[in-house]
Design a protein around this ligand. Structure first.
Ligand code: UD1
Ligand code: MG
Length: 408
């Protein structure tokens, strides 16, 4: 197997996003865009990844501080994708292997496609292999120009296309695998003679073809993964596509999602078999749901929620940073925050944990088999013993519990 590294281009100024934040930190279904691209590279066995970042590099590094396989490369001035690759020259000029180049603003990338790209590259013994997509609406993307025999001649950026070229539906999603030496020889020669005055990586291809190297373009990228994120509208679109993938995966794993269009589930969530997610449920952050649970409609689950098996959460129930043991029921209008709830507890309509006293957040612990009547306010820090019975409407503090014993 060839020695292989990746370069992720993530330094663009992202003017179309209209943001103060590095574009690749914008989130898609709960993770920054860059995380998806890094993962796709890792899944095809790439052990060293050069990420080219521009403004806000310190924020990006901080967010990915545990990524030991990443080498951060700064591109001081954003002069184009070709120039961004050139910024890695110091690190890679003597590298004798293959370099995968992808964009940080393409979170929909799938490892299976990269695998095809690598296989085609190996089989064809080419200097460059790129994966392309065919889009019904190709506007904005670089177009793949092929000759009468179907061989790729080059890529023309949207802003540089002739009216004939604008009709080409085969586009460049920016998935390339290069022989490293060929890549750096070519990017050094790229000139910024285009409408935007940038050094385009796409222009390196024409140069490589002109020197007689074998270049292969395989149509391997599905339309739903080709979409790059350059604007807020495209970010929303990427979220939608990713959300469909997440839900499809969950459904394949045996989860019922009653109304996928009106349900939102974070990529970090794990949900067990035969759990039913009712409409208008929003699951955000690291959330673990066991088997046979029923969640929603209109439930809001936040980071740190763990539901063991057979838990029932109903309408307008919010749970955060809490573990609910088997068969807990909170069917209507509850807030359970920073709590541990034992097996078989019933939390009545409108009961809440008051976990924040204006200064700090405290925990509530509810033992097994407790009954919490409707409209109770449980003031944290609080510990209710197994079998406690809290009458409807009670305001419960630890002081009172200590005074009156376990029966409410
Ligand atoms: C680029 C491709 C285009 C392709 C599209 C796919 C070029 C010239 N064009 O266009 O053919 O269809 O991606 O999504 O390559 N970047 C840097 N430094 C720079 C400029 C850009 O790191 O100086 C990064 C950006 O952060 C981004 C990526 O490179 O992640 C692509 O740049 P972007 O400006 O989004 O290019 P597109 O117009 O989308
Ligand atoms: Mg882009």
């Amino acid at each position: 197997m060839a020695d292989r590294v990746a370069i992720i281009l993530a330094a663009g100024v992202s003017s179309r996003m209209n943001t103060q934040m590095p574009k690749v930190l914008h989130e898609v279904c709960g993770r920054p865009m860059l995380a998806y691209v890094l993962d796709a590279c890792r899944k095809v066995g790439i052990g060293k990844i050069y990420v080219v970042v521009g403004f806000g590099i310190e924020h990006v590094r901080e967010r990915f501080s545990d990524a030991e396989d990443v080498v951060w490369v700064q591109q001081q001035e954003q002069k184009g994708t070709g120039h961004a690759v050139l910024c890695c020259k110091e690190h890679l000029k003597d590298f004798e292997g293959e370099t995968l180049v992808v964009c940080g603003d393409g979170p929909l990338i799938r490892a299976v496609t990269l695998k095809i790209l690598i296989e085609k590259h190996e089989a064809g013994q080419t200097a460059v292999t790129l994966a392309t997509a065919v889009l019904d609406e190709p506007a904005g993307y670089g177009r793949i120009v092929r000759d009468a025999y179907g061989n790729i001649q080059g890529i023309v950026e949207d802003s540089d296309c002739t009216s004939e070229q604008l009709k080409i539906k085969e586009v460049n999603p920016s998935y390339y695998l290069f022989d490293n030496k060929v890549l750096f020889e070519a990017v050094e020669k790229v000139k910024p003679d285009n409408v935007k005055g940038e050094y385009y990586l796409t222009d390196a291809l024409a140069l490589i073809i002109a020197t007689g190297h074998k270049v292969l373009a395989v149509t391997a990228v599905r339309p739903d993964e080709a979409k790059g994120v350059n604007s807020r509208a495209e970010l929303t679109e990427a979220n939608k596509i990713m959300q469909r993938r997440i839900q499809q995966q969950l459904m394949d794993n045996g989860v019922t999602i009653v109304d996928p269009d009106n349900t939102w589930i974070d990529i970090r969530a794990e949900i067990g078999q035969d759990t039913v997610i009712e409409p208008f449920t929003y699951i955000h952050g690291e959330v673990t749901i066991g088997r046979g649970c029923r969640v929603g409609p209109f439930a809001y689950l936040r980071s740190g929620t763990v539901l063991e098996d057979d838990v029932v959460l109903g309408v307008f129930t919010e749970v955060k940073n809490s573990t609910l043991a088997k068969s807990v029921r909170a069917r209507h209008h509850s807030y359970i925050g920073d709590a541990t709830v034992g097996q078989n507890v019933n939390i009545g309509a409108g009961s809440i944990t008051a976990n924040f006293n204006g200064e700090k957040v405290s925990r509530t612990s509810i033992g097994s088999d407790c009954y919490v009547g409707s409209g109770a306010i449980l003031i944290a820090p609080l510990e209710l013993k197994d079998g406690s019975h809290i009458k409807p409407g009670m305001v419960v503090s630890q002081d009172e519990i200590d005074k009156f014993g376990k029966k409410g």
